[in-house]
Design a protein around this ligand. Sequence first.
Ligand code: PLP
Length: 377
Amino acid sequence: MTRVFNFSAGPAALPEAVLAQAAAEMLDWHGTGMSVMEMSHRGSDFMGIHAEALADLRELLAVPANYKILFLQGGGLGENAIVPLNLMRGKSGNQNEADIVITGVWSEKSHLEAQRYGKMNIAASAVDTGFTAVPVVESWKLNQNAAYLHLCTNETINGVEYHFMPELEATHGAAFKDMPIVADMSSHILSRPVDVSKYGLIYGGAQKNIGPAGLTIAIVREDLLLNDASETRAHSMCPSVFNYKTLADTDSMYNTPPTYGIYIAGLVFKWLKAQGGLTVMETHNRAKAALLYGYLDATSFFESRVNKADRSLMNVPFFLKDESLNAAFLQGANEAGLKQLKGHRAIGGMRASIYNAMPLAGVEALVAYMKAFERAH
Ligand SMILES: Cc1ncc(COP(=O)(O)O)c(C=O)c1O
């Protein structure tokens, strides 16, 4: 068996120990004589797996008691509709507008989808920079009637990450003190600790840093489920399977949840705890990113185009100065067991996604290959 270094942006590499455990338990989970995939989601075995996954995630992210963790389906793009359907009516029940900051391809998609459900105000956009920076918070044009502010805190394609928490009251005044912040954290959730209490809603597809595609995680502050009249805040057309209140009330068991995805996510949560939790993961992730960006900054053969302060620790797009060498670079990388380095078609070039499961050795091998390629050309 040969395992490669897989730099895919998602579905992405998972910890080898997790895959080995899942393989060992595939045919007979804990003496039950069946795979987790074959279990009833309402049976005690799966209910135990589900409850443990929830508890471990709550512990890892220190999720406060007034937040619900939901396991649902639909992926990151599903949330672009599910979020407005649940939250856009706001506290008063008739707000029907929200703000968004556009920092790349994914927040642009969030904007386009959400505006089908109400008015989406672009508070700021980094389009003028070619999506290489987070617009300074002081420049955001926020709207007091917005039910929430939507951010994509790590743009997977553009490689732009928020390394700060917007403090809207400080920058925009008391009227924005309670503006809920909705964050698409699909591609950096669990890469470092975050203060969940600063957000109204955090969501992410699992297939980058958590587990297999098919599971979506949402962490929502309970008061956002209801309006001022204590009725569900969701639009009446919101499908029941995507109604956060319904999911919260049924412990994400309103319909059949993505059971195998939850099981693998649960194994990843245990693996993260065994590594020492998110503070330790952040240290590893910073060391990996520093190695790669350090080389990109030191050479004139490759370049990173993202503003230094906003560079993603998870997704590192980079470009060869001479793009006619792209095919040769990728072919050599493939032969060296460094896979899926081709950049997203939206921006071209290369991209190394270095999520939690990517060991430092993978980034060392990549940088060694890049140096050798530079010498040879
Ligand atoms: C930040 C971000 N948001 C949303 C998505 C879309 O996720 P999905 O394909 O699960 O719908 C992605 C996928 O790569 C992403 O990186």
